[in-house]
Design a binder for this molecule. Structure first.
Ligand SMILES: NC(=O)c1ccc[n+]([C@@H]2O[C@H](COP(=O)([O-])OP(=O)(O)OC[C@H]3O[C@@H](n4cnc5c(N)ncnc54)[C@H](O)[C@@H]3O)[C@@H](O)[C@H]2O)c1
Length: 254
């Protein structure tokens, strides 16, 4: 059993499918959770529902100071930090490389890459004070494969794998483990958006085509992703550092 009993975990993207489910799963396993998102009202409502051991905070991960505020809240409210789940991400707009504007690239990188960098920077002093911990970054199958129409997103999800491997090498000696969660297509809002952008009005056909490429024949669920995230945040994963953990139904196996 992957228990998070007594651990203090900060989660970004906590109003989204994977983030909210991870927050609830971590909380159910005994963690205290700081649930953050740019949708502050939603994470505050989730935290209020959970009650004890939960706090919600409006955070824009592209702002360095917001990342600091979420770590400060964990320390103030719960006294320590054991792990961060740097999960906030955006898919951006779907379209061929030639049509991608500078702004499209910058927007996706600001959230998916620099948001993660700021999160790590904010968390490190607290994790060092804790004499170790776990950093889990949400990458994607798009971090290890290309995907037509998603050049900024794919590039950003490759970038955080490079960051994760480098951090794993640098921080391993300090007992701070760094890994990525790499979901395949998940049955949630983000895939609905990608499907609909790829073929407006016929997103269900895109869904069927994607699912047919997955050996398990279906998208994975928020719960399946959350279970992997919680495992990586827990001491059950004490030997895992510097790796990509696929939850993709076999998508990358062929
Ligand atoms: N859904 C999928 O199929 C899939 C597959 C692979 C990887 N991922 C990754 O999983 C992570 C979670 O996505 P999801 O599937 O739960 O989608 P989602 O859109 O439901 O959740 C993403 C959350 O991130 C938040 N967010 C976006 N920009 C932010 C910002 N600047 N500051 C703070 N919060 C911000 C959103 O408000 C949202 O709640 C993302 O990094 C995504 O790229 C998703």
């Amino acid at each position: 059993m992957n228990s998070l009993q007594g651990k203090v975990i900060v989660i970004t993207g906590g109003a989204g499918g994977i983030g909210e489910t991870t927050a609830r799963t971590a909380w159910a396993q005994g963690a205290s959770v700081v649930i953050t998102d740019r949708d502050g009202a939603r994470v505050e409502a989730i935290a209020a529902e959970l009650g004890e051991r939960a706090a919600g905070l409006a955070v824009d991960v592209t702002r360095r100071e917001d990342n600091q505020r979420m770590v400060d809240l964990a320390l103030e409210r719960f006294g320590r930090l054991d792990g961060v789940f740097l999960n906030a991400g955006i898919e951006g707009e779907v379209g061929p490389f030639d049509s991608r504007s500078d702004a499209a690239w910058e927007t996706v990188f600001a959230v998916n890459v620099h948001g993660v960098r700021f999160g790590v920077q904010a968390a490190l002093p607290a994790l060092r004070q804790n004499k170790g911990g776990s950093i889990v970054i949400t990458s994607s199958v798009a971090g290890v494969r290309g995907a037509a129409g998603l050049s900024p997103y794919v590039s950003s999800k490759h970038a955080v794998i490079g960051l994760m491997r480098t951090l794993a090498a640098e921080l391993g000696p300090e007992g701070i483990r760094v890994n990525t969660l790499n979901p395949g297509p998940v049955d949630n809002r983000m895939m609905r958006s990608i499907e609909e952008q790829a073929n407006p009005g016929h997103g269900d056909e895109v869904h069927t085509a994607f699912a047919a490429r997955i050996p398990m024949g279906r998208y994975v669920t928020n719960e399946e992703c959350a279970n992997m995230a919680v495992f990586l945040l827990s001491d059950s994963a004490s030997g895992s550092n510097g790796n990509t953990f696929m939850v993709d139904g076999g998508y990358c196996a062929h």
